[in-house]
Design a binder for this molecule. Structure first.
Ligand code: FES
Ligand code: MG
Length: 594
């Protein structure tokens, strides 16, 4: 037994305050009789067996995570085997593709609900069942706030999608199918069939979208057992992983190994670097910055560029590459990637992980099993695959994946020899996704291949939860001429399954006083990747004049609240650059009490 174990094993179980508290006999009896009602004996409830919550994110409304309903059986087996008592409970469902207006709205709702459950019930530890995009950050954020021993279990990616002998990746295929439909190469039914082929089984998206990203980062942060992220959902190894996760959480309670021991600054830096190496989603900075704030680690948006930008892309998964989730697993998953980064001094090896070992111990000797899918560090798919953080007179921060700029895009926008890596374009401004859908094909806008499309009113307040709409397609009349991508900038998000080099997550958003609100169609905007700036080419005086006119007209307008939660969240939510958190929740840190 390590010193940690020796010193901490005497810690009184938190659940005893409910179930074995002679000083409060009335309440103790009331707590006990109901939990005994579902079959637990008095001896069990007053024993030294830790009570382990299983935070269940799967349901019929959450198909990506639905397999957790099965996996929970093996989690339970593991908990019981290790001497714990499992109690499973539901988490507010978040289905990325099913929730209107956007699943982004519900990350903080699931978070706040889960905080109440973990805090308010007799739990000594918790297994977080993660998977579909927002379920992962919501669960990790809640565990961070309460800070009882917690371990995550991925549901695992779907099997690979196939169509006519080619891999089709969930989410990513939509962008391609849309182009084929617009070009008249497939019809509506063909479109649906092609898209549906990409999602052949239970599990989360098989591409390197936000789900694979966040599940990989949960492992890189140390919150899952090694190799947990990438095992496909239907594989039997996934069942075994659930069992081992259940066993392990019981030991974590005895060791008092808490999120605050694992989620250190070093762990976040590791995760930022892994995010670059895997080609992770632009949603990752939002979610990791939120997690950092809830655990009390100082992590600034600029640090994504500082630590992540120079890291090469090693994982060859769609949308940046060719392969899918099954291939990622067979090639060695997260440990193989971390192992490469360790060899080049890019990982803080002493960061502690859920299995009680350091990430160095877990991953140092991990090998790549298939170099087509996970490249050795010396043969990357791309150099400098991380994010740039841009700023200027339109916003304080926005992120961009410079490495996904296509040769065609570079040729069109960035080839002026007098100002390499910079361009000036005419702004076409859309107020939210509906406005964009209505007007993108309107020929009177005169959009040409040098324009910059702007999306505003799509941030956490403007479009509650922030819409994934910044990567806008070119109008049909340009698509027909073969111009598929235009420069896009906005205060919304972008799906992790899109490979577009948009400038997104702009903070502050138009609805929170950002200057995107005063931008007008026809303005000239300069993007300079030499110094990472984006500026509208008008004077400060003109900006002030437009701001005054906007205020006089009642400020930036956005759609009315549709639900109570939309209104509540709009009142307290922060900006994407700082995690889009419920700002008044951040002061509640490490609140677990015995
Ligand atoms: Fe759920 Fe992609 S939609 S993981
Ligand atoms: Mg998404």
């Amino acid at each position: 037994m390590s010193d940690r174990n020796l010193s901490r094993s005497k810690t009184k179980l938190r659940s005893r305050a409910w179930f074995d508290n002679p000083e409060n006999a009335d309440m103790t009896a009331l707590y006990l009789e109901r939990y005994m009602n579902f079959g637990l004996s008095l001896e069990e409830l007053q024993s030294d067996k830790p009570i382990i919550g299983i935070a269940q994110t799967g349901s019929d409304l959450s198909p990506c995570n639905r397999h957790h309903l099965e996996l929970a059986k093996r989690i339970r087996d593991g908990i019981i085997e290790a001497g714990g008592i499992p109690l499973e409970f539901p988490v507010h469902p978040i289905q990325e593709t099913g929730k209107r207006p956007t699943a982004g709205l519900d990350r903080n709702l699931a978070y706040i609900g889960l905080v109440e459950v973990i805090y308010g019930y007799p739990l000594d530890g918790v297994v977080l069942t993660i998977g579909c995009d927002k379920t992962t950050p919501a669960c990790l954020m809640a565990a961070a706030t309460v800070n009882i021993p917690a371990i995550a279990l991925s549901v695992g990616p779907m099997l690979n999608g196939w169509y006519k002998g080619e891999r089709t990746g969930s989410g990513t295929i939509v962008w391609k199918a849309r182009e084929l439909l617009a070009a008249g190469e497939i019809d509506y039914q063909g479109f649906i069939k092609l898209v549906a082929s990409s999602a052949p089984s239970t599990g989360y998206c098989n591409t390197m979208g936000t789900a694979t990203t966040m599940n990989s980062l949960a492992e890189a942060l140390g919150m899952q057992l090694p190799y947990s992220a990438a095992i496909p959902a239907p594989h039997r190894d996934r069942q075994e992983c659930a069992y081992r996760t259940g066993k392990r959480i019981v030991d974590m309670v005895h060791e008092d190994l808490k999120p605050s021991d694992i989620l250190t600054k070093e762990a976040f830096i590791n995760a930022i670097r892994v995010n670059s190496a895997i080609g992770g989603s632009t949603n990752a900075p939002i979610h990791l910055n939120a997690l950092a704030r809830h655990i009390g680690v100082d992590l600034k948006i600029e640090e994504w560029q500082q630590y992540g930008e120079e890291v090469p892309l090693l994982v060859n998964l769609m949308p940046a590459g060719e392969y899918l989730g099954e291939d990622y697993h067979h090639a060695g998953g997260v440990p193989a990637v971390v192992g490469q980064l360790i060899k080049h001094g890019l990982i803080h090896e002493n960061a502690l992980t859920a299995n009680g070992k350091t990430i160095g111990e877990n991953c140092r000797d991990a090998v790549i099993e298939d170099e087509r899918v996970i490249r050795p560090f010396e043969q990357p798919l791309k150099l400098a695959a991380g994010f740039r953080v841009l700023s200027g007179n339109l916003f304080d921060s926005a992120v961009m994946k410079v490495s996904v700029i296509s040769p065609e895009f570079r040729e069109r926008y960035l080839s002026d020899p007098t100002s390499p890596n910079a361009f000036t374009g005419r702004a076409i401004v859309f107020d939210g996704p509906e406005d964009y859908h209505h007007r993108i094909d309107d020929e009177s806008l005169n959009i040409d291949e040098h324009c910059i499309l702007f999306m505003r009113g799509a941030g956490p307040i403007g479009y509650p939860g922030a819409a994934e709409v910044v990567n806008m397609r070119a109008p049909n009349y340009l698509l027909k001429r073969g111009v598929t991508s235009l420069a896009c900038i906005g205060d919304g998000r972008q799906s992790g399954t899109s490979g577009s080099p948009s400038i997104l997550n702009a903070s502050p958003e138009a609805a929170a006083g950002g200057n995107l609100a005063i931008l007008q169609t026809g303005d000239q905007v300069r993007v300079d990747l030499n110094d990472n700036t984006v500026n509208v080419l008008i004077s400060d005086a003109e900006i002030e004049k437009r701001r005054a006119a906007l205020e006089a007209a009642g400020g930036f307008q956005y759609p009315a609240h549709q639900t109570p939660w939309q209104e509540m969240q709009r009142g307290v939510v922060g900006q994407m650059g700082s995690g889009m958190v419920l700002e008044n929740a951040v002061k509640y840190q490490r609140i677990a009490q015995v």
